[in-house]
Design a protein around this ligand. Structure first.
Ligand SMILES: Cc1cc2nc3c(=O)[nH]c(=O)nc-3n(C[C@H](O)[C@H](O)[C@H](O)COP(=O)(O)OP(=O)(O)OC[C@H]3O[C@@H](n4cnc5c(N)ncnc54)[C@H](O)[C@@H]3O)c2cc1C
Length: 315
C-alpha cells in the first residue's frame, strides 16, 4: 500500500504547493500505515526533495518540457508499480491537467480541488459553485486521486532521507513543444502568496500602482488585480484573479477599489480574511469582507503604508 505525491518542482526551490501536497500525502500515509513516494521530473532539485520525509523519490530525468500525457504516464506507471491507493496532486495548472487523466487511466475516482483530508467517515471537502458552497465527497474506488487546492492546509515541515530512484520507463515524446517561457517577475508567485494586495478600476490608472506595490512590499505580499485592469493593460494578465483568472486562497486578501462583482469574488472568496477599501459603502465587496474601510484609496493607502512601515521598523 502506498501514497503517491506528485511534486512539480522545476528548478532550485521546492514550491510551497509541493510541500502542501507532501504534508497531505504524509498524513494519508500515516493514517493507512502506507509508504510515501514522491514523483517528480526534469531538473527538479532531487536532493531537497529527498530530505523531505518521504520513503522514496522517483525522478524522471531527460523528459524536458514534459507534457500532460507524459506526466500522466509517469504518475500512473509509478502508482501501479507501488500499488498506490492515494495519488495526490496540487490543484495548480499541471495538477488540473494531469490528475483527471491519471484518474481515467487507473479507473480512480477524483476529488478536484480538495480542501481537507478525509474525515472519519472518509469524506473530503471541496468548493463548489465558484466557492459559494462546499461539498463533502466520498471516493469509493480502490485507487483515489486528489488535487489539493493551494493554501488549504498548513505545511508541516519534516526531514528525512528518502531513497532516490531514476525512472527508466518509456514516456514517449511530448506532443506539446514549449517555444518560450516568460517569467512573471521575481516577486512572490500569486498562487503561493499568503498575503495579496489587489486593486481594481478604482485606482484610476496604471500610474497609481506605485502605492499598491509599496503596500505589498511592506506586507511581503503579492499583487493582484481585477479583470478590467488587466484587460486595459494597466497590469499584466498573470495578476488577474477571478472566475476567468487565477483562483487564490491567501490568508489575507486586501481589495482596493474593486467593486466585488461575482466573477471577481469567485477567484478570491476562499481567502481566510478579506479586507476591502472602497469609496462606495454599497459596494458588493463589503458583504464578503471581514474588514472594510469606506474611504478613498488615495487617502487610505498612504496611511496604511506608513503604518506598515512603522510596524516593520519596530520588529
Ligand atoms: C464572463 C465574465 C467573466 C468575468 N471574469 C472576471 C474575473 O475573472 N475577474 C474580475 O475581476 N472580473 C471579471 N469579470 C468582470 C466583472 O464582472 C466586473 O466587471 C469587474 O470585476 C469589475 O472590476 P473593478 O471592480 O475593478 O471595476 P469597477 O466595477 O469599475 O469597480 C471599481 C470600484 O472602485 C471603487 N472606487 C472608485 N474610486 C475609488 C477610490 N478612489 N478609492 C476606493 N475605491 C474607489 C468604486 O466604488 C467601485 O466599487 C467578468 C465578467 C464576465 C461577464
Amino acid at each position: 500500500m502506498s501514497v503517491i505525491v506528485f511534486a512539480d518542482t522545476r528548478g532550485e526551490k521546492v514550491a510551497k504547493s509541493a510541500l502542501e501536497t507532501l504534508t497531505y500525502g504524509r498524513k494519508l500515509a500515516s493514517k493507512d500505515g502506507a509508504s510515501l513516494t514522491l514523483v517528480t521530473f526534469g531538473d527538479a532539485s532531487v536532493d531537497k526533495l529527498a530530505a523531505l520525509d518521504a520513503n522514496k523519490v522517483v525522478v524522471a530525468r531527460n523528459i524536458g518540457d514534459a507534457d500532460s500525457q507524459q506526466l500522466t504516464r509517469l504518475v500512473a506507471d509509478v502508482a501501479t508499480k507501488e500499488g498506490a491507493t492515494w495519488i495526490v496532486f496540487s490543484h495548480d495548472d499541471t495538477g488540473k491537467a494531469v490528475a483527471p487523466r491519471v484518474g481515467a487511466k487507473l479507473n480512480a475516482g477524483e476529488v478536484a480541488g480538495a480542501i481537507t483530508l478525509p474525515n472519519d467517515q472518509g469524506l473530503i471537502k471541496r468548493n463548489v459553485f465558484s466557492g459559494k458552497a462546499q461539498a463533502w465527497v466520498e471516493l469509493k474506488t480502490p485507487v483515489k486521486v486528489i488535487s489539493l487546492l493551494p493554501n488549504s492546509i498548513p505545511v508541516e515541515a519534516a526531514t528525512g532521507t528518502a531513497a532516490v530512484e531514476e525512472y527508466s520507463g518509456d514516456l514517449g515524446t511530448a506532443k506539446v513543444t514549449v517555444k518560450e517561457v516568460r517569467k512573471a517577475g521575481e516577486g512572490i508567485p500569486l498562487p503561493e502568496a499568503e498575503v495579496v494586495v489587489s486593486a481594481g478600476r478604482g485606482m484610476k490608472g496604471p500610474e497609481n500602482w506605485g502605492m499598491v506595490e509599496e503596500l505589498a512590499k511592506e506586507l511581503h505580499a503579492a499583487t493582484a488585480c481585477s479583470r478590467p485592469v488587466s484587460d486595459m493593460d494597466w497590469r499584466p494578465h498573470h495578476e488577474h484573479v477571478g472566475q476567468t483568472g487565477i483562483a487564490i486562497r491567501p490568508n489575507l486578501y486586501i481589495a482596493i477599489g474593486i467593486s466585488g462583482a461575482i466573477q471577481h469574488l469567485a477567484g478570491v472568496n476562499g481567502s481566510k480574511v478579506i479586507a476591502v477599501i472602497n469609496t462606495d459603502p454599497e459596494a458588493p465587496f463589503f458583504k464578503a469582507a471581514d474588514y472594510g474601510i469606506v474611504g478613498d484609496a488615495f487617502e487610505v493607502l498612504p496611511k496604511l503604508i506608513e503604518a506598515a512601515k512603522k510596524l516593520n521598523a519596530e520588529r
